[in-house]
Design a protein around this ligand. Sequence first.
Ligand code: B12
Ligand code: SF4
Length: 423
Amino acid sequence: MRICIILPPAPGLYDPLTNLPLGPLYVAAILEEAGHDVSLVSLLGHDVPAVWPRADLYAMGFTTPQVGVAKGIMELIRSQHPGALILAGGAHPSALPIQTLQMGFDSVLVGEAELTILQIVSDLPDPRTVYRGVPCDNLDEIPFPARYLLPNEDVFNEATTVFMQERRDGHVAAIMSSRGCPGTCAFCSNKRQASRYRSASNVVAEMRELVNLGITNFKFQDDTFTLSPGHVIALGDEAEKSFDPGQIAVRVITRVDTFSKKFIPALSKLGTEIVSFGIESGSQEILDISRKGITIEKVERALSLAHDNGFRTFGYLMFGLPGECEKTIDETYDFLRRNRSRLDTVVLSFFIPYPGSDIAARPEHYRVHILEHDWNNYWTVQKRTVMALPYGVSFDKMVELRDRMISMFVELGYARPEWDKDL
Ligand code: B12
Ligand code: SF4
């Protein structure tokens, strides 16, 4: 079967190439392994082709702000290949499958694809409209992402954005060593799922393949990297056996409440340079309203622990969550000032009610009015849009608070010219 996998453009990202999407690459790997004739069209930083190759099935994964571009591509393919079957998957179609079908896609795969995608292909030419993916328990069974189908310049990228704009030898790859997060954050569109882990040898084998190609910087995309001490310790040991000291550099992201002393030696063995934390806000009230499940005290403890052990610390903060007001901005300012010496960099996002999140599903429960429904504007970092108004706060006030938040970053020295680019 000829299958064309498409990576739609990501016009709101500064550097999509150092954060290549793994989902469609896993789908491609499964299909290739089963003997299908798979091609991949990457539109991340590349022009949309005027003429599309003929295929039996076109498959595209996308997030909410990519809906408009994904629809345009689907329509272009349809105009050239009227009988083509076009499948959608990934974050947005999983959150809103029916709306995705209404956009004109033939089928939607909700959730993880690996155990279901071959069924879709075998149902051709009459696939069902909605398929429910089954989470894979044994992640070691899944082949490595089919990066070899990508254009060379996507894989052998410049590797600057991931490590604080430092130009690095070697390139950077995204990698995932576990799936699922038990968190309940109300702004997050992940479906709550039990965590599953790849074995350390499986992860390091993937890293080894990449290192052999000259890719030596790794951004672990696991939702919460420090969930399981056993997993991280095994990874550290395996990496230490497989790589020379200093040969690889790693960035991870995690929750402050799972980060503890027992992870430190393993993170060092793994070559970790940057530990990023989802902090979201310096206001306990905001953290509680958004069901983040962490305390400011735990944030400060985690930042100290990471900083004192020689890691660079990144904090992800969000402006405009439910409950945001003058008082919470003041609290965030105090937090940022207090922690300046142990927080190296901050990435500031602007709250967006993504489909799939509890806030988008129940805005009244969180006492917010959602203002923006044009998904083309659902890019988190660059747009700086006020997307939702907490009850009792006017639009003009929110704009003023947003501008204050931005100026406090500048004043405290967190903002740099490249500030938006550290995703
Ligand atoms: C790494 C990551 C990024 C990276 C890479 C982007 C990417 N597209 O993978 C970067 C930093 C660039 C990024 C940017 C953004 N991200 Co992001 N990101 C993630 C994260 C943490 C992991 C993604 C991942 O690799 N998962 C592992 C793979 C195996 O899972 P997967 O991607 O879900 O893929 C599986 C299924 O979805 C499905 N599938 C996926 N694609 C396809 C395609 C086809 C054809 C089929 C059939 C199936 C299928 O099968 C895959 C294998 O099982 C997720 C959260 C998460 N845990 O998934 C958020 C997430 C996807 N991001 C999100 C958002 C909002 C964004 C941004 C919009 C933020 C912004 N800057 O404005 C941008 C959008 C950029 C883009 N092009 O998509 C939201 C999406 C919400 C939504 N409703 O769309 C998520 C879910 C975070 C969250 N918890 O809310 N992100
Ligand atoms: S925001 Fe992060 S910690 Fe919270 S539920 Fe989503 S993935 Fe888990």
